[in-house]
Design a protein around this ligand. Sequence first.
Ligand code: ADP
Ligand code: MG
Length: 355
Amino acid sequence: MMEVSIRNVRKEFDRFPALHDVSLDIRSGELIALLGPSGSGKTTLLRLIAGLERPTAGSVFFGAEDASQKSVQERNVGFVFQHYALFRHMTVADNIGFGLKVRPAESRPPKDVIRKRASELLDLVQLSGLERRYPSQLSGGQRQRVALARAMAIEPKVLLLDEPFGALDAQVRRELRRWLREIHEATGHTTVFVTHDQEEALELADRVVVMSQGRIEQVGTADEVYDTPNSPFVYGFIGESSALPVRVEGGELWLQDRSIGLSVRDVPEGEASLYFRPHEIELLEGCGGCIAGTVAASRRVAGSRRVELEIGGENHKVEIELPIEHPAAGKSRIAFRPRRWRVFPAGAERRQRAA
Ligand code: ADP
Ligand code: MG
């Protein structure tokens, strides 16, 4: 068990900043997911924790100890990568025991202990009996389970998983996700899991770290990042969202020449963007203080109906979600108001893109 603290870490590759000032406290025993689009710096952050990269500035603490200058071996971390192949010429049991076998003589367990540990781990990853197989005789999902057993064999302080299920098909991924959560509950390793798949992150992790362009956008439980996104990026990246340009005037939100019945505090007067989730709205009858729009398209999505509304004369479109049977689904004009929403000052998105 080990807590990891990343403090003001910057990482440049040939002057290109892959990570800007990143700070993050990973709690002992938690399963934390680094979630972000490709190129957002997830792998770089994981490699810095592992000791495969050194920060350009800042430090990485393991417990109370500054691990920044320590080697991978000294940090005693376990890894699983998307394509980190097993050793092809070694059996499953030898693959799992490898990390123990290559230890210096004074800390290397005896052979039979290594064999026993390998077979316990195979039980844990639900592959008992496959000790003598070679990697080529396993399915993709089985190989990744062996890779996880190998990573755990050294009793790592921290387990680092970089898109470990990325190469597998959707069905297997979902199974392994549930399975990993169970293993984590049984073993309690501090685990950092990298993924670009929001569903995977939200379902699996105790906390999700949303990353974009080398920065942490938000850290929180699945509920927190989904229900209260703190930036336009998080709104757009996790779940679905609608955005509408509005104006803040006298502490109220305005759409063209009418107030939409929402008041704000802590947002400067002037141009702004209103964000909300398509399903978090209430329909209204008349429109005194609401958003009204013309139905531009309507489609069924699983158990509900998605309606695309054209708002005002300026061709802004938003999506709202209605129950399938709702009579409004047949109307050509609909008035609504978001139940849960956030307003960001104009420029919040631009600043983000430029960053
Ligand atoms: P992610 O894992 O989120 O896809 P990475 O951490 O791999 O992102 O990369 C973040 C950024 O750093 C990218 O722009 C990538 O091109 C750059 N980068 C990563 N590793 C290197 C490297 N060894 N040399 C140069 N640039 C790198
Ligand atoms: Mg990556």
